[in-house]
Design a protein around this ligand. Sequence first.
Ligand code: PLP
Length: 409
Amino acid sequence: MLKINQNYLKLPGSYLFAETARRTKEYQAAHPEADIIRLGIGDVTQPLVPAVVEAMRGAVEEMGRRETFRGYGPDFGYDFLVNAIRETDYAARGIDIAYDEVFVSDGAKCDVGNIQELFSSDAVIAVTDPVYPVYVDSNAMAGRAGEYADGRWSRLVYLPCNAENGFVPPLPESRVDVVYLCYPNNPTGTVLTKEQLKRFVDWARENGALIIFDAAYKAFVTTPGIPLSIYEIEGAREVAIECCSYSKTAGFTGTRCAYTIVPHEVKGADENGAAVELNALWKRRMATKFNGVSYPVQRAAAATHTPEGQRQIKSVIAGYLENARVIREGLQAAGFTVFGGVDSPYVWLKVPEGMTSWDFFDRLLDECRVVGTPGSGFGPSGEGYFRLTAFNTLEKTQEALERIAAWKK
Ligand code: PLP
């Protein structure tokens, strides 16, 4: 019989969202009249903007005519999208990204999950804690994480982020080959300043390490000076790969489009110690295992880079940020200690003394009929915290916060 990849059996079940859904369903069954408000949603809820719909419709019509029909597209993205990304997301901010450093894909999840194929099987991986679980699980599947016990993998290096360190991850103290950074952060909603990010870039340059920078939430940054791209930091082109997505930027979670930047300067060593460009390896991987994003979807993504598209998607983001403000200020007024939610759709709060994240989940559901996500589900340092998201409607968000304020009194 086939021998399976044993590493899959080491993975803990995807407990977090299954368990929040189970408890919510059970509660609803026991209280059919309860009007439950969901602030645990990590998915966008607003429809695609008109510029995107129009571009996609036009592209579908092109595909339906012999003269304009297209088959397989380029492996790494159509020129019109690659150049729009280079122009509006980078050149406009003084960052030079070469044409063949952009790789269009169907999602940042795939890219941050697949990128580890380029690392040796014994590479040492660091993650911030709490963390978006894909970085951890994709390395665990490849056998790089060691054994799982008590919520921790034995070979991963955890960089704890908590109220005490202001959610700024400490630099690794032991040898690390790769660190995953996600800013604005999921789940904490916090950001890093240029100086804070520069410490990581400098550390990576000094230690021959690689940074995988997940910028899936960059469109939510409104505070002046907060970096939207790691390439705003001097020297980052030597040490960082950046993953971006249209999912949260433009409501593409169900449409699927993203891109990853792999600068030529980013290198790893072969078995003889010779430097190899990761760009060449990623090209090889994408050409072998990926056949490009569909033409209508790339046209739709390109529409978000036009002045009209930009205006429209920014207005949707502003709506989510307004919800985040309502959550943040409502919680603060109710006496909670709150983080994030300024440059992010996520608000991270400290649960009252003596409660675990799951205790708070149950109390909030039972007494306010509001659903969020327990911080402990994102890693050991998430215990004692709780995540609320800005993806519900303004009305529901306001009502949830009114209930929480009344409950706290
Ligand atoms: N990266 C982070 C940090 C996320 O939170 C998410 C989605 O929630 C993704 C990536 C996934 O992005 P995509 O929809 O492009 O796969």
